[in-house]
Structures are given as C-alpha cells and as structure tokens.
Design a protein around this ligand. Structure first.
Ligand code: GUN
Ligand code: ZN
Length: 439
C-alpha cells in the first residue's frame, strides 16, 4: 500500500446542483491495487499505517486526473491553424494531416505525440476521435495501453464530402469497426466507440452501419459532432430533410446514455429537450469554439434543459491539451455572455474537467474524484518554485481561491506527476528525458 500526502481537491457532489468543493488541506490517501482505500487527515492515517510507504505531495494541489471528452488523435500536429472557420480549417489544416495517417509508421509516431500530450496535461481518461484508417486506430490503442491512458476510441468514418482518401463504405466501416472493437473493447483500460465524423460527411447507410457496430459491442460508446458552425448546420439541413441536426443521429438510434456529442453551440430547444430525454452528453470545447469562431456556447440553456455537459480540448482545433485552459476559456465565455451566461466558479471548472467527464463516459463509479473506492487516477499540480502560480498558491486565502489560481495560471508545465490506477504514467522528470530523444 502507498500513502499519498497532499492537499486534495475534488468535486464528488455536482456544484451545478448545489454541491461544493471537497477540500482536505493535509490529507492522506491510502492506495492499494490502484484503489483509494482510505481518505483522512494525514497525521491520523499515518499513525494507523506506520509501515506504509509515504509519497509526499505537499505543496501544490493533488487533483483527480482530468477527463477529456473530445479530442482528435490525428490532429496533434495540426494545432495552431488559426484564422479559419470550421469547414475551411478542416480542408486546409486538419484533413491533409489526417490523410497522412494512412501510413502506419507515421500513425505510430503521431500516437506517441498524442498520448504523451494528454498525459503531460494531467489527463488520465479520454474519449478520442480516432483516425479514418484502421491500422492507425490500432496504433492509438496500442500506445494508450503501453502508457496506461484510459481511452475510449474507434474508427472515424465518413462516406462523402471529404477528401477521397478519408472515405469508406458502410460495409467496410462495419467490418473494420467490428474487428477493432473485438480486438480492443474491454481490454485493459480500452473501450470502443463508433464515430461517424459528422452528419455532413455521413450518409444514412453509413450511420446505420455505425448503429450495427454499436449493437454488436456491448457497452460501446457513440461520439460525433453537432451544431458547431452555421455553414455546417445549413449544409446538414440541405442534405437531410429532417427537423433538426440531432435527428440525423437520433433516427438511427445513436443518441443515448452512451453518446457524447461535441460542440452543440447552436442547438434548438427541441434538440436540447431530446438530448436531455435520451441522457446523452455534450462535450463543450471552448478554445476550439473561439479559435474557429464557431460561436458562444449556451451553457445556461443546456443546464436549464438538464443536458449533461463536460469539457473537451478538441485538439487540434482546440489550442492545446490542458483542461485547465479549457476551464478558463469556458469561464471567460460565460462571463462575456453577461446575463445569458452561467456564473462559473472554480469548483464548476474542476467538476467540468473531472467528475462531469467521468459521468459522460459512464465511468463515474471508477474515476472523476479521489474518494474511497475510486481508482487512484490523479495529478499533482506542483509549479516550479518562484513561478507566478507557485507564488499565487502559497498566498491563496482558501482552497477555492487556490483552485481558481490553478485555472487562471496553470499550464501543462505545472503538472508534476500523473497516475492511472495508482501507476505513475507521467512525471515532469520523465518528460524531459522523453522529449530529448523524440523526433
Ligand atoms: N467537425 C467534423 N470534423 C471536425 C473536426 O475535426 N474538428 C471540429 N472541431 N469539428 C469537426
Ligand atoms: Zn472535434
């Protein structure tokens, strides 16, 4: 057993429905076989477990590992394509890079960059948009398993309106998807998701084949994009003669508790109602929405309808892997919406980045907070001495103030160590070594 000592902050009780921050200033977490067995004041816990190894994480904050509910594996090298709206950005920045993943050895090197990017950011669980090529998706699952990341992913499919190399057929999508799911779903920390890219690039037969794979794979997830950009929405409306965008997925049975739809910047009330009824989740991707000029996310309306919302980095339209940054961007945007915005506090940001994501991914019984019975998926936010975040944390007035400072100032450079199931999967020292040898 290992006894971790530190300042532990988490949000087991949803702050959007009255919960508050759980903060233990000098806490001990007793971890055996990757599970938190006891959580109590350090002094008392240490007195009762004198023989256990103590890992001293005092200074900084011990937080749950982040849960990124929307991030694209093939786009890690496409980050930073600024100044274009969605459809132009796809054509000019994202899709040329995605086409390169047809080469399995290129895909393997991108998988290394991608998984290490997530872990460096303190993300321990992710719902990942895979690639359009089955061997590349295989490379992603292989690398996630090697590193230890908790990943839900799958083959991305499209059969129209994208560059030719990225297109498939309903039959091939079914065969390749099922083969990948049989190889990876439920193996270690991996799970399978069916991933129609968006209705703009997916005809009805392809969406039906996604449903068929999902039905074959018990516990599989569904993820896609929705209502991100006004030109995209108008095109989808022309392609499908339906009352709204959500219906393109819903009429194929693809909207349910195991569904996460990214963006939803421009939903109708009818769509919010259906999302809530189905128990589906929305991945809010604030830096991407700003970078592509997609629009202003109506969080208050989602909450009013009871739609579950979590956070996504949406790399590579998003501008990095850090959910600290996404939390801050979410906060900024709601502030700018003034009376239509939701007054987010630091506790909401932590919840959106951790427990809300775990719930969206059906993993709330295992991860998302650091309570007794949960897996020890954690990150130690420990800024280097003398940095502004270090100064800010040392002068924080109370735990919520410290957390707000972490969201305001924290970056991936402040993530000193990361664990999944109690295994250390990343540390600042190790990253320096890895970076030096990587190409
Ligand atoms: N819609 C379809 N594909 C994509 C993508 O790669 N990124 C974003 N942000 N939206 C999309
Ligand atoms: Zn996306």
């Amino acid at each position: 057993m290992t006894l971790y000592r530190g300042t532990v902050l988490d949000t087991p009780d949803d702050p959007f429905t009255g919960g508050s921050l759980r903060a233990d200033a000098d806490a001990g977490l007793l971890v055996r076989d990757g599970v938190v067995r006891e959580r109590a004041g350090f002094a008392g816990l240490a007195a009762r477990h004198r023989e256990e190894e103590v890992v001293d994480l005092t200074g900084g904050l011990l937080l749950p590992g982040f849960v990124d509910t929307h991030v694209h594996f093939p786009q890690v090298r496409a980050i930073g394509g600024l100044g274009l709206p969605l459809l132009d950005w796809l054509e000019r920045c994202a899709l040329p890079e995605e086409a390169r993943l047809a080469d399995p050895s290129y895909a393997r090197s991108v998988a290394r960059d991608f998984v290490s990017g997530l872990v460096q950011a303190g993300t321990t669980t992710a719902l990942v948009f895979g690639a359009h090529f089955a061997p590349a998706v295989d490379a992603l699952f292989t690398e996630a398993a090697r590193v230890g990341l908790r990943v839900t992913s799958g083959l991305v499919v499209s059969d129209r309106l994208l560059r030719e190399e990225l297109l498939t057929t309903p039959e091939r999508a079914y065969d390749e998807g099922l083969a990948l799911a049989r190889r990876w779903h439920g193996v270690g920390r991996a799970r399978y998701a069916v991933i129609p890219r968006f209705s703009l690039s997916c005809g009805d037969e392809l969406l039906a084949s996604c449903r068929a794979v999902r039905d074959e794979v018990d516990g599989a997830y569904v993820t896609s994009h929705i209502n991100e950009n006004v030109r995209e929405i108008a095109t989808v409306a022309r392609l499908f003669d339906l009352s709204h965008y959500l219906e393109t997925y819903d009429r194929h049975g693809l909207v349910g508790r195991h569904t996460v739809l990214a963006h939803n910047v421009h939903p109708t009330d009818a769509e919010l109602k259906v999302l809530a009824e189905r128990g589906a989740s929305v991945a809010h991707c604030p830096s991407s929405n700003s970078a592509l000029g997609s629009g202003l996310f109506p969080l208050t309306r989602h909450l009013a309808y009871g739609v579950h919302v979590a956070l996504g980095s949406d790399v590579g339209a998003g501008t990095g892997f850090s959910l600290l940054k996404e939390g801050l961007q979410a906060y900024f945007l709601q502030q700018l919406l003034s009376e239509q915005g939701y007054a987010l506090a630091a506790v909401h940001l932590l919840h959106l980045a951790s427990a809300a994501g775990a719930r969206a991914l059906g993993l709330a019984d295992r991860v998302g907070d650091l309570g007794v019975g949960k897996r020890f998926d954690a990150q130690w936010l420990r800024p280097l001495p003398g940095t502004t975040l270090d100064v800010a944390l040392r002068h924080a007035s109370e735990p919520e103030d410290a957390l707000a400072k972490a969201f305001a100032l924290g970056t991936t450079a402040d993530v000193a160590a990361v664990w999944v199931d109690g295994d250390e999967v990343g540390s600042r020292a190790r990253e320096v070594g890895a970076g030096a040898g990587a190409r």
